[in-house]
Design a protein around this ligand. Sequence first.
Ligand code: 4AD
Ligand code: MG
Length: 462
Amino acid sequence: MKYLIDEIYKSVRGLVPNAELCDGAEVELEGWVRTNRSSNKIGFIALNDGSCFQNCQIVYEEDKVANYADVAKFLTGCSVKVSGKLIITEGAKQPFEVNAAEIELLGDCDASYPLQKKRHGLEFLREIPHLRPRTNTFMAVFKIRSVVSQSLHEFFRQNGFVYIHTPIITGNDAEGAGECFTVTTREDGNYREDFFGKHACLTVSGQLHVEPFALSFGKVYTFGPTFRAENSNTPYHASEFWMIEPEMAFCDLKGDMAVMEAMLKYVINDVMKSCPDELEFLNNFVAEKHDLISKLESVVNSDFKVITYTEAVDELIKSGEKFENPVSWGMDFNKEHEVYICEKIAKGPVFLIDFPKDIKAFYMKLNPDGKTVAACDLLVPGVGELIGGSQREENFELLDRRMDELKMEKETLDWYLDLRRYGGVIHSGFGLGLERLLMYVTGVANIRDVQAYSRTPKNLKF
Ligand code: 4AD
Ligand code: MG
């Protein structure tokens, strides 16, 4: 309790909602100088203490602050401790300022500090991932990343899901979701003699490991890092990214999609409520068309559309649009098709369902037509595929046959077939890429800018 009361007087976050109450109170703040300007009598520091997005204006006057001449020379980036009196500022943009009695330099900042008072390009900032968290853009992005992660947990907890921690090192790379990174302690590739006595890799998805828990608890999810060794150098692909993967027993594809939609609306509502300053900043300075907030508001108030893969193929052909990759039934859609489907056909988030079985994973439920599977991709404008999910094949014979058709090594996945041998039920799940969701919610156009230290091909700076 003592700490919480202190917090009001010792952080900008504590002061903002209590400013009226604190008028005239002695406060003490520790933070970093964003800007500092002064004349020979009075100076102003924009201080950011990290506790909230807003800076706090510190006013220092020559006749009140003993080390006035020194303070006037404090450079952008240095850390300081300020004590003084909170003053309500009528009519100003900031609701209050602090009239300093003492300003102590905690850590000086070299003049070579790269974050000077001007706008820096995101590419330049990508070269200094250890300093960019001190910029407005990255403070907003990483605050929202934290809120979104916690919000996802809240959504699942409130709805009775159990959180399962699936492993990062795995012995099966048979999911088909993507290329995997090998984990080895040897140089000669002799996996039999290797640490685990077999080939091991970093997980591409926690799904297969979480499914057994759905057949115990009913509703579960896993949420953790996943790794893909595809050489895709795009703004949407990372080699390491976080995925949230719920799995529900007694749930078909329709139920699966209902969970996806409810989850996204819950999270977006929460971000709009918890991070208004961050969103306003991103809307004005980062989102290309400055339509971020209106887009998020419309998402929570709309019903997501559903169209089948086959309908989408027909619509794309009918459109007469010249695509780089011509459209035909059976193809996997490219970015250009996804963009067209989302932005021109559906004009918002859209579930694409019932894909040809040959372009999807082995475990997806075969539809009665024998050609398509009960799979679903959620596409959103600006990002493309945000979620991939499906109803799983619960029929032992059908799954077994599909694994044979694909010439899969069944020994490593016999345990997965057990789930169909012992009390199998209809079940479904999906994978949401956390970074793709963040791109959507923040309006940031490159996945490298929603990860603290992004890993992409030829990029492992820190
Ligand atoms: O569609 P994916 O490959 O599906 C799976 O891995 C399933 N096992 C999920 C499940 O049903 N439990 O990946 C799911 C999501 C994609 O929709 C996308 O948002 C994200 O993960 N994703 C990536 N995000 C960033 N970089 C990459 N390289 C990604 N690959 C997939
Ligand atoms: Mg997918």
